[in-house]
Design a protein around this ligand. Structure first.
Ligand SMILES: [Fe+2]
Length: 180
């Protein structure tokens, strides 16, 4: 966990079109860990604070907790699959070069599914953003909601970077058999 502590610029811009695929997998796996272990815990803590600050609210804070649990389980399943079914074979083969046609077809089908899941993740985050944007309950402290909105914006930025790098670089390069 120490490696996951706040870092001012953990993911500098890089030439991802020529980065060796194993290194690209390492970069993506590292950002996955940050999202799952650090950013997700931060969001959960902040949602608990919002709920504590607005116990008798109109239901928005309770819906936030429910939406977050659904989002978390979907994202964990997605990232677990990628960590076990995407990164290891790409690291081993350095891309599609040398793999059998059935293996390439399987990766192509999976990549299409994971792209669809990226859209679903995006929709789930938009739902969270919408719920977090609601004003605090009358008389409740506004700071927890403000902190949650900031944390969500950070989370969204990180996960959009992740999905972009997978969609734009990892899947196409692995499927084209590009070995660098
Ligand atoms: Fe993904």
């Amino acid at each position: 966990m120490n490696a996951l502590r706040d870092h001012p610029a953990p993911f500098r811009p890089a030439a991802l079109e020529v980065m060796p695929l194993a290194r690209l997998c390492d970069r993506l796996a590292r950002r996955q860990r940050i999202l799952l272990e650090r950013e997700m815990a931060r969001l959960e803590d902040l949602i608990c604070r919002v709920n504590a600050a607005e116990p008798g609210g109109p239901g928005q804070s309770r819906r936030l907790g429910i939406a977050f649990k659904a989002f978390r389980s979907r994202l964990v399943a997605h990232m677990h699959e990628e960590a076990h079914l995407v990164f290891p074979p790409i690291r081993r083969a350095g891309g599609a070069v040398g793999r059998s046609a059935p293996a390439i077809r399987a990766l192509r089908r999976r990549a299409a599914r994971w792209r669809r899941q990226h859209f679903q993740v995006d929709e789930a985050i938009a739902r969270l953003r919408h719920l977090a944007a609601a004003p605090a309950s009358p008389g409740a402290a506004v700071a927890p909601r403000r902190a949650l909105r900031q944390a969500l914006a950070r989370f969204e930025r990180l996960i959009h970077e992740q999905m972009y790098e997978e969609n734009r670089f990892l899947f196409p390069r692995a499927l084209s058999g590009c070995r660098v």
